[in-house]
Write a protein that binds this ligand. Structure first.
Ligand code: NAP
Length: 475
């Protein structure tokens, strides 16, 4: 599939019967793979979700994905508006909102939807918040606010004030939505006029990006008494879990809801559109738990060691897709930095040089990684100095394979400097010699040993997850 050229590291070699994905820039830290890969896994569907980094020519990328048969796509910043030019059809709600975040494969091209609006509405419903007849204050008038304003009118809000730094943007949303719903319920306000909002108890929805960063204070209005109007305070931001806005809402006796539910349900809705299924509640809960852990828990790193062909890369990509770990491969980092393959580094600069690069890399990574799977070169633990460095990096899993299994897996392969140009008996003998030396070392360094001979990559990842305390309950 041509579109796989745009897959981010860790996803390039993913193979499945069907594909989903997301286009954006930047895209590395998206949580969406956790949502969709968890649902597929629980529904036993051989369908994988891939983040694609699209830096230019969005239209070409959309065409390419369509030709490659990608079943569905999410679209995120900065393409939610631009993508509308490259679709065969657009759902009515998405047209009015003016943004599309979900593409569904249909006749002749993709059809666009906006599931952000649905995601927020559903998350409010689950929390018992009623919009019908409600009075709403929206803070912010950016892209997401358009979907929020649409949702308020669609679900029957009685009055909606949109307060924004740039008045014209609030006015534009108010004009567009009032006109679409033939009403005058939305009132735009410049932030300096916030005091004209009558006293009362409101659903206050925080749609600015203020609060995303540590040290961000309250959004738009510094008068704390203003936030006493919030019976319900909703922040579209989900990380941090509690923004200054949500903390204040709670202090004032209001109910605080962050944006993780919106993220969850916009994803669930997209999955349902792509597959024409209803995702059962227990699976939705499972996905929510996974999102919570990845967003709010400070979990350990997984370090994979083992001889060539033991499955470090495959298992690493699998863990990153299912549990949202970042995934790095030390050999690949070194190759990129040196501008040549591992085999070339060995032949041109020698094994000692390569081992020194490995040591330097381990020292550099120490303390810098969180929630990351690190696949290491097969020879890395052989150098004594590297052993404590590996253990400091995270929990060390030794993926063990028998001599025969290893021989089968590496036969005919290239790019393994110590085995290049060997075959048949010579290859078998070389593996035997090397594993005789390395097996006791791997065993010494490992916190957990997994025999990979008889089990699938899926079972290996389950064993690893079961050993990482925060993931154990999902196994
Ligand atoms: P956007 O289009 O860039 O709009 C940003 C909004 O924040 C605008 O109203 C902007 O005001 C305001 N703003 C930013 N910095 C400001 C400052 N220093 N002072 C005053 N106002 C400021 O962003 P967006 O796409 O609407 O997203 C907004 C937030 O929603 C983001 O934090 C995003 O992460 C979150 N979001 C969450 C979900 C979810 O699933 N939970 C989905 C979508 C978005 P001006 O108009 O005056 O520039």
């Amino acid at each position: 599939m041509e579109i796989m050229n745009f897959a981010i590291d860790g996803y390039k070699d993913v193979e499945a019967r069907e594909y989903l994905g997301i286009f954006g820039n930047p895209i590395k830290h998206t949580l969406s793979p956790i949502i969709h890969n968890t649902i597929s896994r629980r529904l036993c569907k051989d369908m994988r979700y891939i983040p694609f980094q699209i830096t230019e020519n969005l239209g070409d990328a959309v065409d390419m994905a369509y030709k490659d048969g990608v079943v569905g796509l999410n679209i995120t910043v900065p393409y939610k508006q631009e993508v509308m030019e490259h679709l065969v059809d657009i759902d009515e709600a998405a047209k009015v909102i003016g943004a599309v975040n979900t593409l569904v494969h249909s006749n002749g091209g993709y059809k666009g939807y906006n599931t952000d609006m649905y995601g927020l509405a559903k998350s409010l419903m689950v929390e018992g918040v009623k919009l019908d007849g409600a009075k709403v204050i929206m803070l912010g008038a950016g892209g997401a606010a358009r979907a929020v304003a649409y949702m308020c009118l669609k679900y029957g809000a009685d009055r909606v004030y949109i307060v924004n730094r740039t008045f014209d943007k609030a006015k534009k949303i108010a004009d567009d939505m009032n006109s679409a719903f033939s009403c005058d319920k939305i009132i735009p306000l410049d932030v300096k006029d916030y005091y004209v909002i009558p006293d009362g108890r409101y659903v206050m929805i925080q749609c600015t990006s203020i609060g995303l960063h540590e040290g961000d204070g309250l959004p738009l209005i510094s008068d704390e008494s203003f936030f006493e109007k919030a019976e319900i305070g909703v922040d579209l931001i989900y990380n941090p879990a509690k923004t200054a806005f949500l903390k204040l809402v709670e202090e004032c006796g209001g109910k605080a809801i962050n944006g993780l539910g919106m993220l969850l349900y916009q994803g669930v809705r997209a999955y349902e559109l792509w597959n024409d299924v209803e995702v059962p509640e227990d699976i939705v809960k499972n996905v929510y738990n996974a999102l919570c852990r990845v967003s709010y828990d400070n979990t350990d790193n997984v370090v994979l060691i083992g001889y060539m062909g033991c499955g470090k890369s495959t298992v690493g990509s699998f863990l990153s897709m299912v549990y949202g770990y970042d995934f790095i491969d030390t050999d690949k980092i070194i190759e990129k930095r040196e501008g040549m393959s591992t085999s070339d580094i060995f032949s041109k600069k020698g094994e000692d040089y390569f081992r020194q690069l490995e040591t330097e890399l381990l020292k550099e990574l120490k303390g810098k990684l969180k929630n990351t799977v690190i696949a290491t070169g097969g020879g890395m633990p052989v150098k004594e100095e590297n052993r404590p460095l590996l253990k400091e990096l995270g929990k060390v899993f030794y993926l063990k394979a028998s001599l025969d299994t290893t021989y089968q897996r590496v036969s005919g392969g290239t790019g393994r400097p110590l085995l290049d140009n060997l075959e048949g008996n010579t290859l078998y003998k070389k593996i035997k010699e090397m594993t005789a030396i390395r097996t006791p070392i791997y065993t010494e360094v490992a916190d957990v040993i997994i025999d990979t001979n008889e089990i699938s990559e899926y079972d290996v990842h389950k064993i690893i997850a079961a050993n990482m305390s925060t993931y154990a309950e999902d196994i």
